[in-house]
Design a protein around this ligand. Structure first.
Ligand code: ADP
Length: 231
């Protein structure tokens, strides 16, 4: 009997997964198809349309690529085939280099105190990117990254004053493909948002014994706090 329940559960999970992936692929594919049809008719005579079409097709292709990359990452993670190479890393240096890649005046950072962690640096950057991209995506104003150290932990906070998250949603945002209704309406087709960023971030955090806590209020903003063991 339990075997039967397992089989039904895994079938349902698989169905939901196929449904989610198909749904996420449909929007960029519809955009690409629409613009290709327009280009076929007017592409050689309307240079403005040509520019708009190329830019939208490029964004949609990028969104699909991000989706596929996140799916492959999670598939490898599920199968235990996602190798991590943990080495002593200067967290302050890593964070400094990480923020340098964001060329936006919206980003404000505190002074990062020196501290060492045992981690896979590339994975840490991937995890930080999930939190920072969300903070920038779901707010319009300044986003702050704050880092402090105390005892044998470092605390990194991503603080935004954006749309915020309700209490019920806060429990679900780390689930695969979960997006709040507010987020769906805020994000446009230029941005890649499929609801997998935090699932990937959570997997990386778990592999590094990093605790994640979320404080958020709809309309007021969100703070994601990472507590990272130091060495
Ligand atoms: P997405 O690619 O949609 O941003 P994530 O897994 O990174 O996917 O996040 C899941 C959902 O959590 C988002 O769609 C959004 O609803 C919510 N969320 C995450 N970070 C924030 C934030 N800083 N402010 C408001 N909502 C957020």
């Amino acid at each position: 009997m339990p075997l039967e329940i397992d089989a039904t559960e895994s079938f349902l999970r698989q169905q939901r997964f196929i449904n989610d992936v198909s749904h996420e692929l449909r929007t960029p594919l519809t955009i690409i198809r629409g613009y290709v049809d327009l280009l076929e008719c007017y592409g050689t005579t309307d240079p403005e349309l040509f520019k708009e079409a190329v830019s939208s097709i490029k964004n949609s292709a990028q969104n699909m690529q991000n989706l596929v990359e996140s799916l492959l990452f999670l598939a490898r993670a599920d199968q235990g085939r996602q190798p991590l190479t943990k080495l002593p890393v200067d967290l302050d240096d890593l964070l400094k280099k990480f923020v340098e890649n964001y060329h936006t005046p919206r980003l404000k950072v505190s002074k990062f105190p020196p501290c060492k962690v045992l981690a896979d640096g590339e994975f840490l950057k991937k995890m930080f990117a999930a939190f920072l991209d969300n903070a920038l995506r779901y707010s319009n104003g300044a986003v702050k990254i704050d880092m402090t150290t105390s005892g044998n932990v470092a605390t990194v906070k991503f603080i935004d004053k954006g749309i915020g998250i309700s209490k019920e949603d806060t429990e679900k945002i780390f689930d695969r493909f979960y997006r709040t209704d507010k987020a769906r309406t805020k994000v446009n087709d230029k941005e890649s948002s499929v609801g997998l960023g935090l699932s990937v971030a959570k997997w990386i955090a778990d592999r590094h014994d990093i605790k994640i806590s979320v404080k958020s209020k709809p309309g007021e903003g969100s703070t994601f706090t990472l507590t990272i063991p130091t060495i």
